[in-house]
Write a protein that binds this ligand. Structure first.
Ligand SMILES: Nc1nc2c(c(=O)[nH]1)N[C@H]1C(S)=C(S)[C@@H](COP(=O)(O)O)O[C@H]1N2
Ligand SMILES: [Mo]
Length: 208
């Protein structure tokens, strides 16, 4: 197999590398809603749907055979911790977008995960060069607690957008807030803009 292409997330090279209000942690905490799904690797698939000309259904093996990217990035959780210098290997989001032939009407992407979790992001954020579907973390097969077999990594947005246990990628014209977005988190989630909470939730917090 070809050597993975290496990418350093541009956010790592910023002068203000650590976003406002964040503290650096030594380890990556394990955080998610609900239980870790019991995924059988041989049965896992990822599907593309919505505004696509060529809907895909890929097994883990299919995904491993696509060109691989090695990504170095930091991650920033909305709860205030950041973990610097993480490394991941996986498939660039744009590779799947190309293969599935997205309709020009598509503007947003809804990520679906096992157990019903969803998260939404604009297509232009999804197609950045450093957004990948990761299967390897820091040189090891991605463990279930961190989202294995396959999780999204979106380094430039708060880490809740980096869905664990991804099973589907849906391309849509109109935005649809996902699980945490409906629960009061910001719809976009840029850590440098401190887009932590929805405007409504932020007002409630200020009053409290
Ligand atoms: N499927 C799923 N993915 C998820 C979440 C979740 O609840 N369900 N939580 C998000 C949040 S809030 C964070 S901070 C990261 C945590 O990833 P980690 O446990 O690998 O550190 O996963 C994100 N991805
Ligand atoms: Mo988070």
């Amino acid at each position: 197999m070809e050597k993975p292409k290496r990418i350093i997330s541009p956010e790592v090279l910023r002068k203000d590398r650590i976003p406002p209000g964040q503290s650096v942690y030594d380890d990556l905490p394990i955080l998610h809603e609900g239980i870790i799904p019991n995924i059988k690797l041989a049965e896992w698939t990822i599907e593309t749907s919505g505004l696509v000309k060529n809907p895909l259904r890929l097994s883990l093996n299919d995904l491993v055979l696509l060109p691989q990217i090695e990504l170095f990035c930091d991650v920033h959780c909305v709860e205030g911790w950041s973990k610097l210098d993480t490394s991941w290997v996986g498939v660039w989001a744009g590779t799947l977008a190309d293969k599935t032939m997205i309709d020009p009407k598509a503007r947003f992407v809804i990520i679906h995960a096992a157990g019903g979790f969803t998260t939404n992001l604009p297509l232009k954020d999804f197609l950045r060069e450093d957004v990948i579907l990761a299967m390897v973390k820091d040189g090891d097969v991605l463990e279930a607690e961190h989202g294995g077999p396959v999780r999204l990594i979106v380094p430039h947005l708060y880490f809740w957008k980096s869905a664990k246990w991804v099973t589907g990628i849906e391309f849509v014209e109109k935005d649809q807030p996902g699980f945490w977005e409906k629960a009061g988190y910001h719809n976009h989630g840029d850590p440098w803009m401190e887009e932590r909470f929805s405007p409504e939730r932020a007002r409630q917090k200020n009053k409290a």
